[in-house]
Design a protein around this ligand. Structure first.
Ligand SMILES: [Cu+2]
Length: 171
């Protein structure tokens, strides 16, 4: 039955709403509207995450990182108050099995190129969620780059099956 999880989700939404908004220079992205976000030479587009059930242990964060500079940069780490640990992962085939692993040395963003973090590929992994991710809300995540520095952005929460930000931006 789907009724009970839905009711629980609504209860969690009430309990945790509103999420504290981060006081950042970056404009808060309204629902369905993606303002450009950048720090240093790194532009961040299309951020989103997926809704989870109340007891889900993990979640994923997705976005596109574009390096407009002339030197390679590196996404060193990510963190978020919604999870006990936040890691940068890649998906890779091991034999016939798709597995994910932590990129302990970070994710290189080559000069002049874009790297897409998306379901099935590179992603931000929220380990040990401390709250459900509720569609229509946002979750803050702080990204630290080797050269560009640190920025906190809001990831809009899409449906549990979202594979792109609502609003169809980014093409
Ligand atoms: Cu992962």
């Amino acid at each position: 039955m789907t009724l009970r999880p839905l009711l629980l989700a609504l209860a969690f939404a009430t309990a945790f709403s509103p999420l504290a908004s981060s006081a950042q220079d970056a404009p808060a992205a309204a629902h369905g509207e993606m303002a450009p976000i950048a720090i240093g030479d790194i532009a961040i587009t299309g951020p989103f995450t997926r809704a989870t059930l109340p007891n889900a242990p993990v979640g994923g964060g997705f976005l596109t990182l574009t390096n407009n500079g002339t030197e390679d940069d590196r996404l060193l780490s990510a963190s978020s108050p919604i999870a006990r640990d936040t890691q940068i992962h890649e998906m890779a085939m091991e034999g016939d099995v798709m597995k994910m692993r932590q990129l302990v040395d970070g994710l290189v963003i080559p000069a002049g190129q874009s790297v897409v973090l998306e379901p099935g590929g590179y992603h931000i992994m929220f380990m040990g969620l401390t709250q459900a991710l509720v569609e229509g809300e946002t979750v803050p995540v702080t990204l630290t780059f080797e050269k560009a520095g640190t920025i906190t952005i809001d990831l809009p929460v899409g449906t549990a099956a979202a594979d792109a930000p609502s609003g169809h931006m980014g093409h």
